[in-house]
Design a protein around this ligand. Sequence first.
Ligand SMILES: *Cc1c(COP(=O)(O)O)cnc(C)c1O
Length: 368
Amino acid sequence: MVKFLDLQKINLQHQEEIENRLLTTFRSGWYLFGTEVKQFEKNLSIYIGAKHAIGVANGLDALRLIFKAYIELGVLQKGDEVIVPANTYIASILAITDNDLIPVLVEPDSDSYNIDITKIENKITPKTKAILIVHLYGQVVFCKALQTLAIKHNLKIVEDNAQAIGAAWNGVKTGNLGNAAGFSFYPGKNLGALGDAGAITTNNDALAATIRAIANYGSEEKYINKYQGLNSRLDELQAGVLNVKLPHLDNENQKRREIATYYNRHINNPNVILPVVPKNETEHVWHLYVIRTKHRDALQQYLTKNGVQTLIHYPIPPHKQAAYKNWNNLSLPITEQIHNEVLSLPISPVLTNDEIKTIVRILNNFEI
Ligand SMILES: *Cc1c(COP(=O)(O)O)cnc(C)c1O
């Protein structure tokens, strides 16, 4: 069987280094706010090119904390509107509603699956204060037009970079394109920890300081609480693992690109729509390789029967979830079509050439 993502194999590539690192922390007796976290924050800020990197507990917290800090700083106010793609993982939306901000859902572009930039402007009202862009599946969603729009309407750009670490636009890394960015190091992400972990990057000193305080019980000084904060820490063990894996990220992303190129060249089943290859100025990191077909469920069953594990990202759009009942009647046809038709093929730095060829052969033999 070809696994969708073999995390054991991915992490065992660095077995000795990771085990040594974990053992060192274990024996040190120091588990929070230590040298590993400090080192990782430095490594990440250098890698992304942003002035500040702040380790936090997970990707959702990273996004929540950015909005929470903007509210504390008076940049955003409860009830303000935030533009967000309708086609995203629920975490992007939760980070907005958790702060009593109002998500304004915008349809995606059906080629890139990312927010349709041309549909943003007529959703902007006097209450719109920010855009949360999501580099979905590892593909950059950023361009001059978006930048111009944000400046024209005085909107903050927040990046959900959970799926796109290492991607770039005109040589600038995602996570350094907007005003602040949230990262997830969930084990299955391109840079994965051995549990939950996340981070925020920004070039804004005040925002960084406020986020740091809020993530630490709202405190800058022990037992002095400036904000009603929360507890969201990256721990030393996870930071140690990330310090080992970050230097290998570019290589692993390159492997993903090679697999995507192979798929794009060799998958020729007429029932299948392939992902659109990105424009020259963007560097895609292929967190997911997502195809589209009218016969999604039949194809998935066929692939499972033939030993190829696939997943659906995502089966139900946020506006159709019980969690957002008052949106259930919204009509977002492109989002709904995407959710009905997408299927993610295995793509990971540890897939073998044989496995890649097998997947293509089996997929090309699918008949309806
Ligand atoms: C994974 C993910 C998140 C949340 O990350 P966690 O670490 O699981 O909290 C947020 N947004 C997107 C797009 C994601 O894929």
